[in-house]
Design a protein around this ligand. Structure first.
Ligand code: UDP
Length: 239
């Protein structure tokens, strides 16, 4: 599939048009950003790692009944995806308290949550991605009431599939962010990516962080951590 003009460039990916109007090419970049792009960096090969990790996870989710935008991979850092209209809501799912949750509510870092917490954030960089309740979503006309319920259900379902998958590979899935889009027939598809840029993984034995917190907190070895996540995903698949 031939890559045509650039349609959109985000912080982590570029989207290109292609010969088929219903499809796009998603190119994963090596750039790293944190704190609403106030901190910027670059890791050679990070885009390819995220592309491979996200492809494996989307395939796993598809196998378990979650509809996604993924069609196929085109190269190390490119995916062919279905064109969707992104719902501007970031769906964050949490198993363990850390990050903004602990800061906002004063919950102790590392506390295992008594139930899976699903939160919505407004995908708007100018506003700094503020947290939203259901009524805010309706007020802004971001989604209907039934779509909000669907987003929560999908977030929980994705969590239960991924949590078990990573537990078997010695990783705690602490939290993650997912985005959804609507295809031309109105189907809600899991879109964007699921990678160490958008998830937190803590090693079960050592609690070592194997995700973008290594970049956010300046812990170093960012690429080594992402490689370790990919290795565990692939090794586990052979068992
Ligand atoms: N997250 C993301 N993009 C964002 C905000 C959060 O991918 O714009 C992910 C983040 O990597 C983590 C989860 O969502 O896995 C929860 O992030 P949190 O709200 O704790 O935000 P942070 O502390 O990163 O600001």
């Amino acid at each position: 599939m031939k890559k045509l003009g650039l349609l959109y460039e985000g912080k982590g990916k570029r989207l290109y048009k292609c010969e088929d109007d219903d499809l796009l090419v998603s190119e994963f970049k090596d750039d790293l950003t944190a704190f609403n792009a106030q901190k910027k960096g670059n890791e050679n090969g990070k885009g390819a790692l995220n592309c491979q990790i996200s492809t494996e996870l989307f395939r796993l989710l598809e196998k378990n009944g979650i509809k996604t935008h993924l069609v196929e991979t085109l190269s190390d850092n490119e995916q062919l995806v279905k064109k969707v209209e992104i719902i501007p809501i970031e769906v964050v799912v949490r198993n363990i308290a850390t990050g903004s949750l602990t800061k906002r509510l004063g919950i102790k870092d590392g506390m295992i949550l008594p139930f899976t917490l699903v939160e919505f954030y407004y995908k708007d960089d100018d506003l700094g991605d503020p947290i939203l309740n259901d009524e805010h979503c309706l007020l802004l006309d971001l989604a209907s009431e039934s779509e909000l319920e669907e987003l929560k259900r999908l977030g929980r379902e994705i969590n239960s599939i991924l949590k078990g998958f990573f537990l078997k590979r010695g990783l705690n899935l602490v939290d993650f962010k997912v985005e959804f889009g609507k295809d031309k027939d109105g189907n809600i598809l899991l879109s964007d990516e699921i990678s160490p840029d958008s998830c937190r993984f803590w090693d079960i034995e050592t609690n070592e962080k194997l995700d973008k917190d290594r970049f956010r907190q300046g812990l170093g070895n960012v690429k080594v951590a992402y490689e370790e996540v990919l290795k565990r995903i692939l090794e586990g698949n052979d068992q």
